[in-house]
Design a protein around this ligand. Structure first.
Ligand code: T5A
Length: 211
């Protein structure tokens, strides 16, 4: 048992957030084996797409063939999360696993709230009413939008990546505002550093949880 966020949640829930190309996936891939070597049971997952149904919703969300209304987009992300929470995240935590999740609710607040302009309180209240697990710890990998996109060069961009720079700038600023609101949970890491340095900092924070 690591940290009790609620009586039923006995694992540790760690999320990774940030703009496109900030390096979340890269860091999770390095962190998971390190945690396993230290004897922990680890569940690596991601949004959108961490379940079979979620993969189908992901295809709709990221397809350039659709241009959903912002409310539709929000509800599709929440539908994907509902499935993910009940099939993967909650069971993982109840089995005392360390759940490492590539994007979660802070992405919704940053992209659909700050990015699309949906009212922050409304989006946040939906999350609270659904009573989904709140991350114990969140790493926000922060870098300028241009740096993130430079790293994605050569990949074909999906519907959201293809948004204007001003949208991605609002998303970045949104993430930083969230970190200011919850500095205990959200640790901001300068993602322009080398992959190795970022990983060292992540591990240092995690060691503070006694892992
Ligand atoms: N979304 C998601 C919402 O709008 N609302 C929501 O509620 C949720 C959950 C998901 C999209 O959905 C949106 C956000 C996204 O637009 P996705 O394909 O899952 O789409 O996109 P990302 O999560 O952004 O995944 P990316 O692969 O684009 O970004 P990562 O994971 O941050 O980056 P990573 O690790 O794959 O690295 C990218 C490249 O950079 C290099 C890597 O080697 C790789 O080539 N790199 C570095 N290079 C130099 N220095 C470093 N420090 C580097 N770190 C990585």
């Amino acid at each position: 048992m690591y940290h009790l966020s609620s009586l039923k949640q006995v694992g540790l829930f760690i999320t990774f957030e940030g703009i496109e190309g900030c390096g979340k996936t890269t860091q999770i891939k390095l962190l998971a084996p390190w945690l396993k070597e230290r004897g922990h049971s680890v569940c690596v997952t991601y949004e959108p797409g961490g379940t079979l149904l979620g993969q189908e919703i992901r295809k709709i969300l990221l397809s350039p063939n659709f241009s959903p209304a912002k409310e539709t987009e929000l509800l599709l992300y929440l539908a994907e999360r509902a499935e993910h929470v009940e099939k993967v995240i909650r069971p993982g935590l109840e089995e005392s696993k360390i759940v490492l999740c590539d994007r979660y609710h802070d992405s919704t607040l940053a992209y659909q709230g700050y990015g699309r302009g949906l009212e922050f309180e409304w989006v946040n209240n939906l999350f609270k009413q659904l009573k989904w697990p709140k991350p114990d710890l969140t790493f926000l990998l922060d870098c300028p939008v241009e740096v993130g996109f430079k790293r994605l060069r050569g990949r074909s961009l999906d519907r959201i990546e293809g948004e204007k720079m001003a949208f991605h700038q609002r998303v970045r600023e949104g993430f930083l505002s969230l970190a200011q609101m919850e500095p205990e949970r959200i640790k901001v890491i300068d993602a322009t550093q080398s992959i190795e340095n970022i990983q060292i900092q992540i591990r240092e924070w995690i060691k503070q949880y006694g892992l």
